[in-house]
Design a protein around this ligand. Structure first.
Ligand SMILES: *Cc1c(COP(=O)(O)O)cnc(C)c1O
Length: 467
């Protein structure tokens, strides 16, 4: 063994202890670490001939790289839809690295770590009150979950014409209907060879809504003259957290032939709360669902899962089968993730989620979800009370979409946001909603509290006096 590696092997405990201390220093200081910075590194660092060993590498990381990193798991990072990480999720994530399993099989001599993934999916189905007619698996994010689901939908579409698209390529125009898809679904259409422009936009409900208009959906379905299609629907749009009407969509599913996908990356967690579960009523009838865990479940990146109805397992295997050999035996008994997801080798991505669910239970997550929505309301009220801001949409769940009041201030929105983000006290993202420049704040982090809202409002008032 190389002498530096040998030294590190003997020094394992000390190295992990130092990494732990480094982590604790960061986590215990999250509130004071800026949410943005302009630090850069010289990218021309030479690879050393002789290794430095882990302890020296950590010193260099501390000096050169750590200053690049922002407080994105902290309580005032409200841009995009950004979760943090709870103690249990970090413990699970660390152990996933330590155990370093290749999670594939539930029934092999080489280890059955995928059983942990099965159990975790089962716990998630209970959390979201979904039936076990879904089979799920972990992927890196909601983008890959949308991709995985829509890949099986593509195979289903071919089957309606007696074609096997996975084997022979796409030979029919695939009909896609959607109202307010997330950009990652459109990216998936591109990756799947369907084409990112090849979808039909369904109207949204009149007024200030992003949910699809059921009457227009049915009109667009009728225009297809009985041809099958794929419907991409939303449980939580990113601007205004709007939900499509799943009970009405289900009624259409009894009349027309389509694959029904729901992107519930963050909005799916509405199911956890008695107050908000009405938003997802009927979603159990979908063919596939996307959920992110690195958002509202507050586990570290990269964590999301897909749920696809068990009845579609053979089409899922046709899509993702790794070898050309016919699948051996019953796919549910000889189950191997290798043949049903995009990745072959995969880490034990379920473990941080398993730890989180076991550690905090249904109530813990219900509390996080309900507290986030209260904070969103609280922040929105503070904006309205100030009088110089305007909400662009009502607060349905955890997202606040707002702008500077008055059309004459539209030109100042970007400058305002840039200055605000430059304070490093808070981070929000720009958006355009109904042709207006706006700002989004999304409440997902388990640490955020009322004091954070007070700090941010104070900063916003200061910036207003500077523009
Ligand atoms: C965040 C998000 C995605 C993409 O998720 P990643 O985890 O970034 O891949 C997809 N859909 C919705 C609704 C989202 O909020």
């Amino acid at each position: 063994m190389n002498s530096i590696l040998q030294h590190d092997l003997n020094d394992f405990e000390n190295i992990l202890e130092k990494a732990k201390q480094q982590g604790i220093n960061f986590l215990n200081n999250l509130e004071n670490i800026p949410t943005s910075n302009k630090n850069k590194i010289d990218l021309k660092r030479d690879l050393n001939e002789l290794g430095l060993g882990s302890v020296e590498a950590m010193k260099e990381f501390n000096e050169r790289l750590a200053p690049l990193l922002v407080s994105s798991p902290g309580p005032r990072y409200w841009g995009f839809v950004t979760g943090g990480s709870t103690p249990a999720s970090i413990a699970g994530d660390w152990l996933a690295s330590v155990y370093d399993q290749n999670a594939q099989s539930i029934n092999s001599q080489g280890g059955n770590s995928a059983l942990i993934e099965f159990e975790t999916i089962n716990l998630l189905l209970q959390l979201l009150e979904l039936p076990d007619s879904f089979l799920g698996g972990f992927v890196t994010g909601a983008t890959m979950s949308n991709f995985t689901s829509l890949a099986v939908a593509r195979q289903w579409f071919g089957k309606q014409f007696g074609k096997d698209f996975a084997k022979n390529g796409i030979s029919e125009t695939i009909n896609i209907l959607t109202a307010t898809p997330h950009s990652s679904s459109i990216k998936s259409l591109s990756m799947l060879g369907i084409g990112s422009q090849n979808y039909t936009v369904v109207k949204t409900i009149e007024g200030n809504r992003e949910a699809l208009d059921i009457t227009d959906l049915e009109a667009k379905i009728k225009a297809l003259n009985g041809a099958p299609f794929i419907l991409i629907s939303s449980a939580g749009t990113v601007n205004t957290a709007d939900f499509d009407d799943f009970e009405s969509i289900f009624k259409l599913k009894e009349k027309y032939k389509f694959w029904w996908h729901i992107d519930g990356a963050f909005g799916g967690f509405a199911a956890v709360s008695e107050k908000y579960k009405h938003f997802v009523k009927g979603w159990e009838n979908a063919d596939s669902i996307t959920i992110d865990c690195h958002k509202w479940l507050n586990v570290p990146y990269e964590s999301a899962f897909y749920l696809i109805k068990k009845e579609h397992i053979n089409m899922q295997i046709e899509t993702f089968q790794n070898s050309n050999a016919p699948y051996l035996g019953n796919p549910l008994e000889n189950f191997n993730y290798l043949n049903i997801v995009p990745e072959n080798s995969r880490r034990l991505r379920a473990l941080p989620v398993w730890f989180s669910l076991v550690a905090y239970g249904k109530e813990g997550f219900c509390d996080i979800i309900e507290k986030s929505t209260l904070l969103a309301l609280h922040f929105a009220n503070a904006l309205v009370d100030d009088g110089r801001f305007e909400l662009l949409a009502p607060i349905r769940l955890n997202n606040v979409c707002f702008t500077l009041k008055g059309n004459e201030n539209q030109d100042k929105v970007n400058e305002f946001l840039k200055k605000l983000n430059d304070t490093g006290k808070v981070f929000m993202t720009p958006t355009v909603y109904q042709n207006k420049k706006g700002i989004r704040a999304s409440f997902v982090n388990w640490r955020t509290n009322e004091e954070d809202i007070r700090i941010v409002i104070q900063e916003m008032i200061t910036i207003l006096s500077q523009i």
